[in-house]
Design a protein around this ligand. Structure first.
Ligand code: F6R
Ligand code: MG
Length: 365
């Protein structure tokens, strides 16, 4: 049996109204293009959206970073851009390069989370997709799922989890990586990933090297000052039987956490777990939101999806997120609702400050 690869690749190639949601015609175009690859490049696929982000879930046997799979995703986004342009959707082709498409989505606008593994007897997988949240949004949740026994009792009572997990952390500014074994190094891990604007948990492994979780990482484009394609991170988590259970992997989303993103990628806001029918951004272009689809991975196909946050069990956190949104929105353009000075470097604020540069005078004290 060949190893199975899951590639989740997403991009905002146009939405309506404004940056709110993906048009059904784009979803249809993408779904048809991927379906026609079944039995060729792909073993299965599923297409959905979170807010303005079009999400391609692709199953295959070609491993991660595969050029043909990435080219297929790029071609889907190019076709969807054409549809978006014909409908004059907002920011059609936002995450695509202005010039010719070179064929690989890595390092471009689209976000990529991938993992390759040997299927277990039965293999539950959860795919989380967010909009209006920065790339470090998963740090808190991955720590809770794979390192916090108050969230995941399996770490204490299940021998197959008891050894703990290894976290691979990427420094998005220094462009370097480091690994921390937990529970031994949990304080070092937290010292880094508590700063999610710079340090991102990219992968989680079992101690024997088996992949447990993968995320997408991208950084705002400092040169152009644009927030393009940086607010819709995705994450893949394997569950059960040697990994945290499905319930342990969604439990931390009952905590209302503030993440960077929201309006203009420049504000902190509550990360709200929602069902698919609510995967549309409205209030103040948000609030930041996350959906989670559950699948059984069966011989390279996806059995599902199950809409994990479409459950009254998450009503209370949604209400608490709304309360938090009211509280923090009242601060208007003031920090900490607005991101810190340092983080605002990646937004359009520097252009405003530049215009004031010549007007500043020395204090002369
Ligand atoms: C944030 C987002 C929106 C836009 C905002 C301004 O990721 O997509 O909040 O930043 O609507 O959009 P423009 O600059 O296109 O008018
Ligand atoms: Mg978006």
């Amino acid at each position: 049996m060949p190893r199975t690869t899951i590639s989740v690749i997403n991009a905002d190639v146009g939405s309506f109204p404004g940056h709110s949601r993906t048009h059904p015609k784009l979803l249809e175009t993408a779904a048809q293009m991927l379906k026609s690859e079944r039995g060729k490049l792909l073993t299965d696929s599923f297409v959905t959206h979170c807010g303005d982000s079009l999400e391609l879930i692709m199953m295959h046997t070609r491993g991660i970073y595969n050029e043909e799979i990435h080219r297929l995703a790029g071609n889907v986004f190019m076709e969807c851009t054409k549809v978006a342009k014909s409908l004059k959707l907002y920011e059609a082709g936002q995450d695509m390069p202005a010039g010719a498409f070179a064929g690989n989505v890595r390092g471009m606008g689209p976000g990529v989370a991938e993992m390759e593994f040997e299927e277990r007897e039965s293999d539950p997988v959860l795919i989380y997709m967010a909009d209006k949240a920065g790339p470090g949004a998963w740090n808190f949740y991955l720590y809770k799922i794979f390192a916090d026994p108050f969230n995941t009792p399996g770490l204490v009572i299940d021998p197959s989890l008891h050894e703990g997990f290894v976290f691979e952390v990427h420094d998005l500014v220094g462009k370097r990586k480091i690994s921390f074994a937990c529970p031994e190094e949990s304080y070092n891990l937290l010292a880094c990933v508590g700063a999610p604007s710079r340090y991102i948990i990219r992968h989680v492994f079992k101690k024997d090297g088996t992949i447990a979780a993968s995320t997408s990482t991208r950084r705002l484009n400092k040169e152009t000052g644009q927030v393009m394609g940086e607010d819709d991170p995705v994450m893949i988590v394997r569950a059960q039987d040697g990994f945290p259970s499905m319930g342990e992997a969604i439990e931390p989303f009952t905590i209302p956490v503030l993440v960077a993103g929201w309006m203009r990628g420049s504000h902190h806001g509550p990360f709200m777990p929602v069902g698919l029918c609510d995967a549309n951004c409205t209030r103040f272009d948000g609030p930041p939101r996350v959906i989670c689809l559950g699948f059984q991975v069966t011989n390279g196909t996806l059995i599902g999806p199950a809409d994990m946050f479409d459950d009254p069990g998450f009503d209370r956190v949604r209400a608490r997120c709304n309360k938090l949104a009211d509280t923090i929105r009242a601060q208007g353009p003031f920090e900490p609702h607005r991101l810190s000075r340092e983080e605002m470097e990646y937004t359009t604020l520097p252009a405003v400050e530049k215009a004031l540069e010549l007007r500043w005078e020395p204090l002369g004290e």
